[in-house]
Structures are given as structure tokens and as C-alpha cells.
Design a protein around this ligand. Structure first.
Ligand SMILES: Nc1ncnc2c1ncn2[C@@H]1O[C@H](COP(=O)(O)OP(=O)(O)OP(=O)(O)O)[C@@H](O)[C@H]1O
Length: 324
């Protein structure tokens, strides 16, 4: 059994002017101890998907499909069970740690809080565990007495990771965990996340617009466009030899992790992502697609298998398969 299984998950926001289909029919599996990267431009639905996994979406969002965590249906969980699952089984690290930390409470108290709230440790044990967690994220134990403003952005993001680890969850969801950091600190935090996944067997879903970052940390990649997965497969294959033209453009648009110079001339994607309230007909990527074919503006292409472990939603993949 997979640790996490998404079956035809959709999320629609209801707003005054209508409905926003932010996530459309996403199916995914995450095996225990593995790392999955979810890539896509701004607005492709990555954060909405992450929030849906933890049922953290606002009240105007309607979620469809099935989300199974350890075989349990997240969407059907009662409130008490859901509270227990958050932090203790799956926890989430958001972009921009400074917004997640309380400025008037000491770091140690904030790291200890999830353990105390979930009844997983008494205060003296939690204090010892805080020191261990700080050590794991590469900070000295005395930092427990600091306030958030006394730490750098990178140190604060390490604190968020320590908090996410506090209850020893099976799954960590990291939503753009390094975006707000400078390139060198970004590389350090990424190494930390990679080591934690490898050494502790924690499963990871990492979300980013930067395919190179994800390919560096995660074994598999899922690329999202306009709320859908357009390619899914082993990271090195998707990054080096993308089959969907959007994944290809995304892979070409970003530099190699840890190489600040290559950041100076990223190749941009042409055009803009579509407004989800006015999606193009057929394949939603067709207005920007460099290899658009007849019928791409009318045919709604589904994910097709590319070999045994990969899928891509492009008519050219389908044509190749039919011709082979
Ligand atoms: N609370 C909301 N109400 C209405 N629409 C929303 C809401 N939150 C997000 N959206 C819309 O849903 C779509 C997906 O947004 P989402 O934030 O999930 O994308 P994303 O890929 O995570 O983008 P980013 O990288 O910028 O965070 C966007 O069109 C966004 O405008």
C-alpha cells in the first residue's frame, strides 16, 4: 500500500464571479520513504493541492476525489482525527518562515508546542527533544532561547523544518521551502531536507516552480499545468528528457541548483499561464505550445504511458505510441 494515494482529486474555489477550477483530476501515489516533487508555474494549483492534502483549504473550496493517507480517507476524517494526523503523521512547511513563527515567543517554546499539544511529550522531555531537533537542523541548542527576529531567514526556515519534524511524521509537505532564501542558503536548506529524507526515511512532497531544485531532491517529479498533471515520472528522466513540451520549457527555464552564475540568464517561458476561469479548449497548454498540432485546441489529452514508470499528457506522445 502506498503511503499517500490521490485519486481524481479536484479543488474548485467558489468566488463572487463564479468558480475557479484550481486542481483538476489529479491522481498520484507516493511510496513510503520516497520524495515527490510537484512543479509548475505560479497559479498552476500546486499550493491548493498541498493544502487539500491536509484539509487546510478555506471554506469556499470544494474538494472532490479521494485522498488516502496510510489507507485512511483524509476527506472523510472527523475533526479530532484530522487534528491528530496534522503534525503527528503529516506536517507542512510553508514558504517564508518569518510569517509562520510567532515574533514574541521563544524558538524553543514554538518547536515544543506541537509535541505538547498532541500529548507526545511532557515539558521536560519536550525540552530535551527541542535540543535534539535543533541539532538535526544544524543549529546550537542555545538557539531555543532566541526570538525569531534574532535569526536569519535561513535559520528561521531551519526552525520551521525542526517544527515539522517534532512529532516524527511519516510525511512532510514542503511548499516552496527555499524560495524566500538567497541561493547559498537555499542550497544549505535543500541539503538538509535531502539528508533528513534519506536518513530518517521520511516521505516528502516538495512543491516548487523550479524543476532543477526538485530534481535535485526528489526521486519523482509531477509537473502541473492549469490544475492538471501533464507529466509524471522519475526526476532525472523528466528533467533531462521531458516528453511534454511544458515540462521541457520548465526544465530549460531554470538554472542548476547551487550555481549562482547560471541564475543570471534564465530562459523565460513564452506567454502566460491561463486564467483557470477561462481555460483554453482542448489541451490547456496549446496557445503557448511550440509543437502544437491539428486538434490540440479541441482534443482534451489525458496522461499516456511513456515506458513503464512515466506518463505525459501530449498528443505527440500518444501519436508516437500508436505508431510504435
Ligand atoms: N482562496 C482562493 N479563492 C479563489 N481562488 C484561489 C484561491 N486560492 C488560490 N486560488 C486560485 O487557484 C489557482 C491555483 O492557485 P495556487 O496558489 O494553488 O497555485 P500555485 O501553483 O501554488 O501558485 P504559486 O506558486 O503562485 O503559489 C490560481 O488561479 C489562484 O488564483
Amino acid at each position: 500500500m502506498s503511503l499517500l494515494e490521490l485519486d481524481d482529486v479536484s479543488v474548485t474555489y467558489r468566488i463572487a464571479s463564479g468558480e475557479v477550477p484550481a486542481v483538476r483530476g489529479v491522481s498520484l501515489k507516493l511510496e513510503a520513504g520516497s520524495a515527490l516533487g510537484v512543479a509548475g508555474e505560479s497559479g498552476s494549483g500546486k499550493s491548493t493541492l498541498a493544502m487539500a492534502l491536509m484539509r487546510l483549504l478555506p471554506a469556499d473550496a470544494r474538494v472532490g476525489g479521494r485522498i488516502l493517507l496510510g489507507g485512511e480517507d483524509v476527506l472523510a476524517m472527523k475533526w479530532g482525527r484530522l487534528r491528530a494526523v496534522r503534525w503527528a503523521e503529516a506536517s507542512i512547511v510553508f514558504q517564508g518562515a518569518q510569517h509562520g513563527l510567532n515574533p514574541v515567543r521563544r524558538i524553543g517554546d514554538q518547536i515544543a508546542e506541537p509535541m505538547l499539544v498532541h500529548g507526545l511529550a511532557k515539558p521536560d522531555v519536550a525540552r530535551k527533544r527541542v535540543a535534539e531537533l535543533l541539532d538535526q537542523v544544524g543549529l546550537p541548542a542555545w538557539r531555543a532561547r532566541s526570538y525569531p527576529h534574532e535569526l536569519s531567514g535561513g535559520q528561521r526556515q531551519r526552525i520551521m523544518i525542526a517544527m515539522a519534524l517534532a512529532c516524527e511524521p511519516r510525511l512532510i509537505i514542503a511548499d516552496e521551502p527555499t524560495t524566500a532564501l538567497d541561493v547559498m542558503v537555499q542550497a544549505q536548506v535543500l541539503t538538509l531536507i535531502k539528508d533528513l529524507v534519506a536518513q530518517r526515511g521520511i516521505s516528502l512532497i516538495m512543491i516548487s516552480h523550479d524543476l532543477s531544485v526538485l530534481a535535485d531532491v526528489c526521486g519523482r517529479l509531477a509537473v502541473m499545468y492549469a490544475g492538471r498533471i501533464v507529466e509524471n515520472g522519475p526526476s532525472h528522466e523528466v528533467f533531462r528528457d521531458a516528453r511534454h513540451p511544458y515540462s521541457k520549457a520548465l526544465a530549460a527555464a531554470f538554472p542548476t541548483v547551487g550555481d549562482p552564475l547560471s541564475r543570471m540568464a534564465p530562459k523565460g517561458l513564452g506567454g502566460d499561464p491561463p486564467d483557470p476561469m477561462h481555460l483554453p479548449s482542448g489541451c490547456a497548454f496549446h496557445p503557448r505550445c511550440p509543437i502544437k498540432a491539428d486538434g490540440c485546441d479541441t482534443l482534451d489529452v489525458e496522461l499516456w504511458p511513456v515506458g513503464e514508470r512515466r506518463t505525459a499528457a501530449c498528443v505527440h506522445v500518444r501519436t508516437e505510441l500508436e505508431g510504435s
